[in-house]
Design a protein around this ligand. Structure first.
Ligand SMILES: Cc1cc2nc3c(=O)[nH]c(=O)nc-3n(C[C@H](O)[C@H](O)[C@H](O)COP(=O)(O)OP(=O)(O)OC[C@H]3O[C@@H](n4cnc5c(N)ncnc54)[C@H](O)[C@@H]3O)c2cc1C
Length: 320
């Protein structure tokens, strides 16, 4: 049987949005292989999350144990691998989030499976699924065939629609035989950055600033708040220490695909574009008419951001 197992990500009793996109990808693979879509959810006290996931029509396997309370890849990987064998999964996937990127390589190792990361789509014929993935900061798209019996993959959430509620799958209890005392990694703590703004990868609108801000992100933040947007940044702004590094968008930062991306004082280096070129509408504000960002932008404004952004924010405020 060529079943598909998607590993769900949950936090504080809620399913992470990226998981719904991974479920769509999993459903597509299951349709191709003719197999059943299974979902693994791991944690402690995750009954309600498992029930919620069952609403997406997949067979849900809940691994509920104290040792799985925190997302330690070393503890989670053997549970996922065992489950993959139990449900005869030929394809094991997850969203390419920090959680998925940490966990799935270990799962692939345990299953002696080849792996494709940051998958953007599937190719091949019938059940012979191949994986489309970016290389060289997205300048090359490779189509990869994995030759092992079990194939492991992470998907870029922005490339797949969120799964819709569909029927009601069964929820079963998954085996957990992890010896907490034998683990060599230890959970040290979690520092959550509390923000009134939406999360960068989940926001409908992102307003991002670069070196052109010269370290003054006030106009960026004011416009973001007017639009109920998340704030992003180029690596130049992060490396200069002007903004926290979890704001970074790009090849080595976060990949976003909001409905609207406003890039102000950002030149448009390929490494930055790799993280936002999937955005539906791109607006660039830059003093330099030759800035490469204008080649990608749907709307370009050759202007000083310190003048244009406050004007824009003011107009938005008045239009309410
Ligand atoms: C391996 C690797 C990985 C990388 N990963 C990333 C990544 O994840 N994300 C990322 O962003 N970069 C990444 N980079 C860095 C990338 O190559 C660029 O150096 C960086 O994106 C430049 O940031 P910037 O556009 O803010 O700065 P610059 O390229 O210096 O551009 C600043 C822009 O601001 C404009 N400007 C100046 N003043 C104003 C003003 N008052 N009003 C309007 N416009 C103004 C200028 O005309 C200019 O176009 C990576 C590089 C490497 C080598």
């Amino acid at each position: 049987m060529a079943n598909v197992l998607i590993v769900a990500e949950q936090f504080g009793g809620a399913v992470r949005k990226a998981t719904l996109h991974a479920l769509s990808a999993g459903r597509e693979v299951a349709r191709r292989t003719g197999g059943t879509l299974h979902v693994a959810v791991l944690g402690s006290g995750i009954g309600p999350v498992a029930e919620e996931l069952a609403g997406y029509g997949a067979e849900v396997h809940a691994a509920d144990a104290a040792v799985l309370e925190h997302p330690l890849a070393e503890a989670h990987a053997p549970v996922v691998a065992e489950l993959a064998r139990a449900v005869q999964a030929t394809h094991v996937g997850a969203a390419a989030t920090a959680f998925g990127k940490d966990l799935l390589p270990r799962v692939a190792g345990l299953l002696e499976a080849a792996m494709a990361t940051e998958v953007l789509g599937f190719g091949g014929e019938g059940a012979e699924v191949t994986f489309r993935r970016p290389m060289w900061a997205g300048n090359v798209l490779a189509e990869v065939a994995l030759a092992t019996p079990v194939k492991v993959f992470t998907v870029r959430a922005t490339e797949f629609p969120a799964a819709a509620k569909e029927g009601k799958g069964a929820v079963t209890t998954a085996q957990v035989s992890v010896d907490a005392g034998a683990l060599r990694t230890r959970y040290a703590g979690f520092t959550e950055v509390k923000s009134a703004r939406p999360e960068l990868t989940e926001a409908r609108i992102v307003v991002a600033g670069g070196r052109g801000t010269k370290g003054d992100f006030k106009p960026i933040e004011a416009l973001a708040d007017e639009l109920n947007a998340a704030v992003g940044a180029s690596r130049a702004a992060v490396d200069a220490g002007w903004v926290p590094n979890d704001w970074q968008v790009g090849q080595t930062g976060k990949v976003v695909a909001p409905e609207l991306y406003v890039a102000a004082g950002i030149s448009g280096a390929i490494q930055h574009l790799a993280g936002m070129k999937g955005s539906k509408v791109i607006v660039a504000v830059n003093k330099d008419p030759d800035a490469p960002i204008f080649q990608l932008a749907d709307y370009g404004l050759v202007a000083d951001l310190f003048k244009a952004l406050p004007e824009l924010a003011e107009k938005l405020k008045k239009s309410r």
